[in-house]
Design a protein around this ligand. Structure first.
Ligand code: UDP
Length: 235
């Protein structure tokens, strides 16, 4: 295996699959659990950050007459809901898991304690980081970068709907070009939308590579863990 410890970032929306009538599609939970299991079986240590966009985003708050900071906390709680769903799916597949939250909620999950998170990973437990970093005005992409650095993951794997980073939006422009590899500098200069700036800068400054890949293609997660060229590597 190329990577011994990975941090997988999944968006909340990805849990909806194609079904916009539900927040969480059981078929997506099942698919992700199966993909994650194949990598875990190879001994890779896995941490996961899942977003909350399928339930609530802080940016939606103002239109509802809700103050922004309150909305951000609502978004953070949404990530815990998704984390609990994913945790159940992973456990159904026989994996050992821990959900750790950036906001204390002891009846539901452990608080995030860095050393404890590392210990869980060393023991082979899959650690899901919920509630973002616990602060408003951040995103789960920033959470992914920060937690990856804190637990000394080898790489951030950003699962998306497309198979890597393109020169422009491939869903809108047919002449968009896909990159196999990029340096942080190139990605910055070309203004490519890989993660938000806070998340991107954290990775760049800490020399933490990012792989953007299609999480919905079967076997992709394992391919990347093995070091096969899939998606776009930013390093
Ligand atoms: N959020 C936050 N601080 C964090 C992480 C998340 O305030 O550290 C809030 C923010 O409002 C965000 C929402 O939680 O809109 C859901 O996360 P995100 O939009 O990153 O989820 P995704 O788009 O990946 O589903």
């Amino acid at each position: 295996m190329k990577y011994k410890r990975i941090l997988l970032k999944l968006s909340g929306e990805s849990l909806q699959g194609g079904n916009k009538n539900t927040n969480i599609d059981p078929a997506m939970l099942e698919q992700y659990a199966a993909e994650i299991q194949t990598v875990r079986e190879q001994g890779v240590e896995i941490a996961i950050v899942i977003g909350g966009g399928n339930i609530f985003r802080g940016g939606q708050a103002e239109a509802l007459g809700i103050d922004r900071v309150q909305g951000d906390y609502m978004g953070m709680l949404a990530t815990v809901v998704n984390g609990m769903a994913l945790q159940s799916a992973l456990e159904r597949h026989g994996m050992y898991t821990r959900l750790m939250s950036g906001i204390k909620m002891e009846q539901v999950c452990e608080p995030f304690i860095r050393r404890r998170a590392i210990r869980h990973l060393e023991k082979g437990r899959i650690v899901i980081f919920g509630a973002g970093i616990g602060n408003p005005y951040f995103t789960t992409d920033s959470t992914a970068s920060l937690r990856a650095i804190e637990v000394q993951a080898d790489v951030v794997l950003k699962g998306t709907r497309v198979d890597g980073v393109y020169s422009k939006d491939p869903e809108k422009f047919s002449d968009a070009v896909r990159y196999d590899k990029l340096s942080f500098q190139e990605a910055y200069e070309k203004n490519l939308n890989i993660m938000d700036m806070t998340a991107f800068t954290l990775c760049m400054e800490n020399k933490l590579p990012i792989v953007v890949f299609d999480m919905n293609k079967q076997g992709n997660l394992l391919r990347i863990a093995k070091g096969e060229e899939t998606g776009t590597l930013i390093s």
